[in-house]
Design a protein. Structure first.
Length: 308
């Protein structure tokens, strides 16, 4: 199914061919494109329009409605309403598929079935984009494993095995992402005495995918080394995560120290211990809090780096 979808999106018909296939004049087709933006043909190296099988389907559907007596504007409104309904159906199907994969990956990891877990993750990449795999599947697996560990439902051996597996898969994504040298440079590291780095790695991949330069340091470093790292890198931002409640105060204290070292630096703090803390602690670190959802991250970046 995924392969068929990709093939349907490959441009292969020029405007003369598409005109013959769907039965409309090239000038009419160009007018529809300009006025309604219903399709966007790709261009080849010579600058000529190339239409896909998906474009053929859309245009045939519109021509049929026009032949039935609708105006092209009415036909396009009908098509968009139809697509919206189909989109909702696809969204529900995607959610069911992703939830099923999450459960299968978790089950495989808790049974120490590494190859099986890899197969399910590979299935996820064949069905969804990297972002959807990251946020709809791997992040959920990470959260479920963490919850089970905190609730005493699994052993530390299960948690270590699952964490190692997820770190490997996330590392593969991270290593293949480029750094954009035109966007601010950030440092990402776990808070003091923190070793749970998966949440930080997910956020780092998110930042790298939208173009930020991120130096990922992983598990916590010696607090005495922080000033040297900041002086060497001169980052615009310093990101930390804290999973364990007992390490939260040390993480906040380090953020304050970093601000004294470099007053103009942007500090970001996230993680389970931060998102579950109560007032007045949350009030005291609100300026640093990144949030736990992608929408929170987008807002944080917009406020601190004017990123849209």
């Amino acid at each position: 199914m995924q392969e068929e979808r990709k093939l349907a999106q490959i441009g292969k018909y020029n405007i003369k061919a598409i005109s013959n296939i769907v039965g409309i004049l090239p000038g009419t087709l160009r007018a529809w494109e300009r006025r309604y933006n219903i399709i966007s043909p790709v261009r080849n190296d010579a600058g000529h329009r190339l239409y896909t099988e998906e474009h053929v389907y859309i245009l045939k559907w519109l021509v049929q409605k026009v032949n039935e007596g609708f105006t092209i504007g009415q036909a396009i409104n009908l098509y968009e309403a139809k697509e919206h309904k189909s989109s909702n159906d696809r969204s529900l199907t995607e959610n069911l598929q992703s939830d099923a994969l999450v459960n299968r990956i978790v089950s495989s990891l808790l049974s120490f079935e590494e190859s099986e877990a890899h197969n399910y993750v590979n299935d996820a990449f064949s069905l969804f984009s990297v972002d959807k795999v990251l946020f709809k599947i791997i992040s959920k697996v990470f959260i479920l494993i963490g919850d089970k560990c905190r609730n005493g439902e699994i052993t530390s051996a299960h948690e270590h095995f699952a964490t190692s597996f997820l770190r490997t898969r996330l590392g593969m994504i991270y290593q293949n992402l480029p750094n954009n040298k035109h966007l601010p440079k950030l440092i990402a590291v776990c808070g003091p005495e923190e070793k749970h780095e998966l949440g930080l790695l997910i956020f780092t991949i998110y930042l790298r995918r939208i173009g930020f330069q991120v130096i990922y340091l992983g598990a916590s470093i010696d607090s005495n080394d922080v000033e040297q790292v900041i002086n060497e890198v001169n980052p615009a931002g310093f990101i930390m995560t804290c999973t364990l409640r007992e390490n939260l105060k040390k993480t906040i204290d380090l953020a304050i120290i970093i601000k004294k070292i470099k007053p103009d630096i942007i500090i970001g703090i996230g993680g389970h211990a931060v998102s579950t803390c109560e007032s007045p602690i949350m009030d005291s670190i609100q300026e640093f809090y990144i949030g736990s959802q992608q929408s929170n991250w987008d807002e944080w970046l917009k406020q601190n780096f004017n990123y849209k």
